[in-house]
Design a protein around this ligand. Structure first.
Ligand SMILES: Cc1cc2nc3c(=O)[nH]c(=O)nc-3n(C[C@H](O)[C@H](O)[C@H](O)COP(=O)(O)OP(=O)(O)OC[C@H]3O[C@@H](n4cnc5c(N)ncnc54)[C@H](O)[C@@H]3O)c2cc1C
Ligand SMILES: NC(=O)c1ccc[n+]([C@@H]2O[C@H](COP(=O)([O-])OP(=O)(O)OC[C@H]3O[C@@H](n4cnc5c(N)ncnc54)[C@H](O)[C@@H]3O)[C@@H](O)[C@H]2O)c1
Length: 484
């Protein structure tokens, strides 16, 4: 009789990359076991990362009436006195539903799930310490390590999950602060800082670099920071957090140079580390780097041990749920000798701050650094009828275009709907499209997507000599009553 503990694939971790690898392998008819130490499947993505933070954001935007303030003024609120219970109520419902969908996906695809902490016994055997305290061992032909990351908790930060928290703690707050210090201007820090600022919490953001979100076009970031400052957010850039003191029950951030920042709560988002420390990697011949991450072949996601793959945040950049899903699929396809087309060259980044930002392809700075002759076109959302109807005052879309070929090089959007709108640019970019696509295409009207056309005309006007007749000069409309 076949060994009931032997699987074609064992996946450690049920986050986006593990889940996708497991289901893809099951679709190939393989026997698959997913192991996760958490009580419920879904990983960091569902329980402490992507989904909770986006749910909190949506709740805050709805309850504060943020999207309507362009018309009704900054004092407008859908609900006065928003408290932590208001935020938590929607969170629990959303997460339950996500877990339910995943459980169903696993069961209908025949993927077995075992709760417990996994560790390698050798290259093909994995021990599982179950919540009951037993250890069982399973064996696998192939293994996917999809264990993700956890917040980096430096020793000098006195975390107490009450007034000094990391991004795991912030989602289960039992009260809202009046003032919040956020340490770290990466994506997590910026998202939470702006979400709390939208709640009218007084936020100070501390970042050791001179700027935030370095991978985003600088003009977009300048507009973004202007909006945040205008709403009262305070930035302390180019300065490191050295220590945190608790004074009268409040965290005081001590910065290099002697500055002090006092608040009711402090959120530390100074990076994350791979969750590989309990895997006993030495038993399978692997070693993680100093931040717990594993090295892989970027095309196949194989580690140095060819039948062991690693996917998702544990391999580092770009550390997105979106890219993790694809990595899991590619690893499963490679492991079971199925063809995988190469990944498209460009993938988008969505930053769910308030306002949101999304970007794909080259920024203006990238084009300049690579010596590519380029021109830009910019549209403000308020220039579109839809933006006007929605009462949008901020928001912009920027195209970066190659001067010699008119090829689209990059799209950068800040404002309402940015993370959805970016996919138009992504498609044109990956299909090798040019400025002319936007000039010639007909867009629904009124939409924010029209901003692509406005930005394209702006670029065309800059590129084209003044005496050329072209798309910036549409024919005059027919007079009323003219014959068709
Ligand atoms: C606050 C926050 C917001 C984010 N927002 C976004 C966003 O908006 N968009 C986006 O694309 N990405 C976002 N991300 C990133 C996204 O969550 C990650 O890229 C994604 O979750 C990584 O997936 P993964 O497959 O590596 O697994 P993870 O989701 O990291 O899950 C790993 C799982 O492995 C389990 N595990 C670990 N060790 C073991 C072990 N030894 N045995 C058994 N199980 C183990 C863990 O319990 C966990 O369930 C966000 C992240 C954070 C923290
Ligand atoms: N919308 C999204 O796609 C999304 C959202 C959240 C997180 N994520 C992913 O999660 C990952 C982790 O994000 P993160 O923001 O925790 O990490 P990060 O490494 O991107 O940013 C950490 C920031 O903290 C700063 N910092 C560290 N120590 C400091 C100190 N002592 N004083 C002042 N500043 C300090 C660093 O300079 C850095 O800018 C990212 O790679 C990101 O891709 C993605």
């Amino acid at each position: 009789m076949a060994d009931p503990h032997a699987y074609d694939l064992v996946v450690i971790g049920s986050g986006p990359s593990g889940r996708r690898a497991a289901i893809q392998a099951a679709k190939f008819g393989r026997s698959v076991l997913v192991i996760d130490r958490q009580a419920r499947v879904g990983g960091v993505s569902v329980h402490s990362g992507t989904i909770p933070s986006k749910t909190l954001r949506e709740t805050v935007l709805n309850l504060t009436g943020w999207r309507e303030r362009g018309f009704y003024g900054m004092a407008y609120r859908v609900k006065t006195d928003i408290d932590a219970d208001d935020l938590r109520a929607r969170l629990a419902k959303t997460l339950d539903y996500e877990v339910d969908v995943l459980d169903h996906q696993f069961s209908r695809n025949g993927v077995a799930v075992q709760r417990g902490l996994a560790h390698f016994v050798d290259g093909h055997r994995i021990g599982i310490l179950t919540p009951a305290g037993d250890t069982r061992t399973v064996s696998a032909d192939k293994v996917v390590i999809a264990v993700g990351t956890r917040p980096h908790r430096p020793a000098h930060v006195p975390f107490d999950d009450s007034i000094v928290l990391d991004s795991d703690g912030i989602i289960s707050l039992d009260r809202l602060p009046r003032a919040l210090t956020v340490v770290g201007g990466g994506v997590i820090g910026i998202e939470y800082a702006t979400i709390f600022s939208a709640l009218d919490v007084r936020v100070t953001l501390i970042e050791s670099r001179d700027s935030i979100l370095d991978f985003v076009d600088r003009e977009v970031i300048a507009g973004f920071m202007h909006q945040l400052r205008d709403h009262g957010m305070n930035f302390r850039l180019g300065t490191r957090l050295e220590a945190i003191r608790i004074e009268s029950g409040q965290p005081v951030a001590m910065l290099e140079g002697g500055q002090r920042v006092r608040a009711d709560m402090l959120l530390y988002t100074g990076g994350r580390a791979g969750a590989t420390d309990q895997l006993n990697l030495a038993a399978c011949g692997l070693q993680a780097d100093t931040r717990g991450r594993l090295k892989v072949d970027p095309k196949t996601f194989q580690t140095a041990v060819p039948h062991i793959y690693a996917t998702g945040d544990v391999i580092g950049f770009p550390s997105l749920a979106s890219t993790s899903l694809e990595q899991g699929r590619i690893a499963a396809c490679h492991a079971f000798q199925q063809h995988v087309p190469p990944a498209p060259e460009f993938f988008p980044y969505g930053i769910y701050s308030v306002p949101e930002i999304s970007t794909v392809g080259m920024s203006e700075e990238d084009a300049r650094a690579r010596g590519v002759p380029y021109e830009c076109g910019i549209a403000r959302f308020r220039e579109t009828s839809r933006g006007n109807i929605m009462g949008l005052r901020g928001g912009m879309l920027k195209l970066v275009i190659a001067l010699d070929t008119r090829r689209l090089l990059g799209v950068h959007i800040m404002g309402e709907g940015a993370t959805e709108l970016i996919h138009i640019g992504q498609a044109v970019l990956n299909l090798g499209g040019t400025l002319d696509y936007f000039l010639d295409a007909t867009f629904n009207y009124p939409t924010l997507a029209e901003a692509y056309k406005v930005a394209a005309f702006d670029a065309w006007n800059r590129i084209t000599p003044r005496d050329t007749c072209g798309p910036s000069e549409p024919p005059p409309p027919d007079p009323p009553g003219a014959a068709p």
